[in-house]
Design a protein around this ligand. Structure first.
Ligand code: ARG
Length: 277
């Protein structure tokens, strides 16, 4: 699959290169063709490479296949955005709580990692327009009788992934003992092992872990605790915000977004707002 994308991208670049060469020839110019939209600093210019960070233990958004290759909704979407924007996407696996520091340090140009657009994060980084609607859910061991919602978690042991909105939600619960893990599957496994009473995590990911059989003996209880929009994260005021937003808008309009959504969620995508707040 990624080979196909690389190949078609390669062919397209060859075609573009040919076109440019012909144009220069037609104009009779012998000066060097200008680099397309060169941008200052370390921002990726259009037609260049976009280094994209992700924490790939969050299926069905990002995970590693048997051979270590990245796969998931976010991965396909980011590749499609790259195709659309004529950027070559190079993924880099990073811890989730290292993504924002990496954007700030400029060691990656973007991050796609089922990252919720929050006002707090938006103070230090920029986000694309929303590309997914999700929300937090509580998971417990199957048959747990005394947890039906957030209020029932007071004083309980809760596992979360470090640096996530689930971790922030858990921190609001009075008397809760919170254990943080580097990944969501580790937090869910701790619950399956009976070492904590609940996990607060993104509903689509917890539901996928249960449905796929990756984690056994758990169930989701109660209503979603939040409604959250995922966005692609970028360094503050990066010129790529516009590039990614227009590519995303085009993929939504031309049905590619819906196709990728179908592939991973077996459903029609919901309407997405143009902005999260
Ligand atoms: N949506 C949550 C947040 O932004 C969790 C994201 C975790 N993503 C991941 N790839 N582990 O905080």
């Amino acid at each position: 699959m990624s080979w196909m994308i690389t190949r078609s991208k390669f062919l397209r670049q060859v075609a573009l290169g040919l076109g440019a060469a012909l144009m220069v020839a037609a104009c009779g110019g012998d000066e060097q063709a200008e680099t397309p939209t060169g941008t200052a600093g370390d921002a990726a210019p259009a037609g260049g490479v976009l280094r994209v960070g992700t924490e790939p233990a969050f299926p069905p958004f990002e995970s590693q296949g048997a051979g270590g290759e990245l796969e998931g909704f976010d991965i396909d979407l980011m590749q499609a955005i790259g195709e659309q924007a004529n950027l070559e996407v190079e993924f880099e696996s990073l811890p989730f709580d290292g993504l924002i520091p990496a954007l700030q340090a400029g060691s990656v140009d973007a991050a796609i990692s089922a990252m919720t657009i929050t006002e707090e994060r938006a103070q230090t980084i920029s986000f694309s327009r929303p590309y997914f609607v999700a929300g937090l859910a509580i998971a417990v061991q199957e048959g747990t009788a005394d947890v039906a919602g957030l209020d029932d978690l007071e004083g309980k042991r809760i596992a979360v992934q470090i640096g996530t909105t689930g971790a922030s939600k858990a921190a609001e619960i009075s008397g809760a003992q919170i254990t943080t893990f580097d990944s969501a599957p580790l937090a869910l496994q701790e619950l399956a092992n009976g070492n904590v009473d609940a996990v607060i995590n993104d509903a689509p990911v917890t539901l996928d872990a249960i449905a796929s059989g990756n984690i056994q003996g758990l169930e989701v209880v109660g209503e979603l605790l939040t409604e959250e929009y995922y966005g692609i994260a970028l360094p503050q005021n990066s010129p790529n915000v516009e590039v990614i937003n227009s590519a995303l808008a085009e993929l939504i309009a031309n049905g590619t977004y819906a196709e990728i959504y179908q592939k991973w969620f077996d459903a029609e995508p919901p309407e997405l707002p143009e902005s999260a707040f």
